[in-house]
Design a protein around this ligand. Structure first.
Ligand code: NAD
Ligand code: UFG
Length: 339
């Protein structure tokens, strides 16, 4: 299958491109490199011994987006990763987030429609559930109140894609709701390379361990959780990447518009992650307890059974592998790709 991968140069995109190439798919990546470098994709080609096509283009530009589709006449599906994802920045620059994520998606879908490509896998997020009434979260939970513009773009794009299918049932839409992706490919050659100071827990811990940052702030230890710190469903990025291949296979059965949680089903606290990382790396992760972060919820983990039943997908890697692989990537590449 020829798959167009938007945002394929990013963290989850590179790991997914690797799995796609390894499984014999043809891959064209569209990325504007606003949060990535081409180096990750070069490494994907080296690791697989296969090549992909890279087109530097911005989805916000309708002409450039159309051109990509003209150059890919045999493509049959799109995996749509491209988007801005920094929660805090989205509150400071809402127009940038709405324009990039929504206009980009509209341009993409219009080009797909024109070229008769009506199969899409979209990177959604557990954030669409807001603060869930209980855990584990199933896909039938009501979509919650989003606390920031980034989260709202995910919820809105889900609506747009469901509407597309409602208007024309030949569209097939798989909404993958990721929980907390962490880890890196076991080679240590590709991994997460955040711009500036990381917002997310795992890259922050890794940069403290490697000496780039002084100490971690643990945002709150007074949550109603076993140790008082936030609980999340961390999922290894390689498991997540493999979930996209199962979703592509599902699209061939013309499933309509459907959402799947991609998580492990296991909650893990901030303190548990810190200790697991110290064990995996042999380093001490210095931390202080700080006030809660605005917009954070206490506890969030998936019921991933629909994905297991309908996609034949299940996360295989646990917290230990997530920490070992993150450390392998971070210690081999202390400055990431050196962007
Ligand atoms: P990332 O920033 O590493 O990758 C996104 C890629 O999209 C980048 O390479 C960036 O350059 C590109 N991009 C952004 N806007 C673009 C545009 N207008 N045109 C072309 N390319 C553009 O992020 P990631 O962690 O790999 O996330 C991939 C997707 O998954 C995103 O949509 C993100 O919102 C979603 N997601 C991520 C997480 C997470 O914790 N990492 C959780 C849930 C959902
Ligand atoms: N945390 C800290 N210190 C830090 C960073 C995070 O204590 O420096 C804590 C948070 O308070 C939270 C946990 O670690 O309890 C996880 O925080 P992350 O920022 O790593 O992840 P979030 O669960 O807040 O959100 C992430 C992505 C969202 C995505 C969501 C899906 O940032 O884009 O997972 O569940 F939508």
């Amino acid at each position: 299958m020829h798959v167009i991968v938007t945002g394929g140069a990013g963290y989850i995109g590179t790991h997914t491109c690797l799995e796609l190439l390894a499984s014999g798919h043809e891959v064209t990546v569209i990325d504007n490199l606003s949060n990535a470098s081409q180096e990750g994709l070069r490494r994907v080609e080296r690791l697989t011994g296969k090549s992909l096509r890279f087109i530097q283009a911005d989805l916000v530009d309708p002409v450039a987006t159309e051109k990509v589709f003209q150059e890919c006449p045999n493509a049959t599906a799109v995996i749509h990763f491209a988007g801005l994802k920094a929660v805090g920045e989205s509150s400071e620059k809402p127009l940038l987030y709405y324009h990039n994520n929504l206009t980009g998606t509209l341009n993409l879908c219009q080009a797909m429609q024109r070229h008769g490509i009506k199969n899409i896998v979209f990177s959604s997020s557990a954030t669409v559930y807001g603060d869930p009434a209980s855990v584990p979260i199933t896909e039938d939970f009501p979509l919650g109140i989003c606390t920031n513009p980034y989260a709202r773009t995910k919820a809105m794009i889900e609506d747009i894609l469901r509407d597309l299918h409602a208007a024309d049932s030949t569209w097939n839409v798989i909404l993958l709701r990721y929980f907390n992706p962490v880890g890196a490919h076991e080679s240590g050659e590709i991994g997460e390379d955040p711009n500036g100071i990381p917002n997310n827990l795992m890259p922050y811990i890794a940069q403290v361990a490697v000496g780039r940052l002084k100490q971690l702030s643990v945002f709150g230890n007074d949550y109603p959780t076993p140790d008082g710190t936030g609980v999340r469903d961390f999922i290894h990025v390689v498991d997540l990447a493999k979930g996209h291949l199962r979703a592509l296979e599902k699209l061939e059965q013309q499933p309509g518009a459907i959402a799947y949680n991609l998580g492990t089903g296991q909650g893990c606290s901030v303190l548990e992650i810190i200790h697991a990382f110290e064990k995996a790396s042999g380093k001490t992760v210095k931390f202080v307890i700080a006030p809660r972060r605005k917009g954070d919820i206490a506890c969030c983990y998936a019921d991933p059974s629909r994905a297991e039943k309908e996609l034949g997908w299940k996360a295989e890697r646990g917290i230990e592998a997530m920490c070992v692989d993150t450390w392998n990537w971070q210690s081999k590449n202390p400055k990431g790709y050196g962007r």
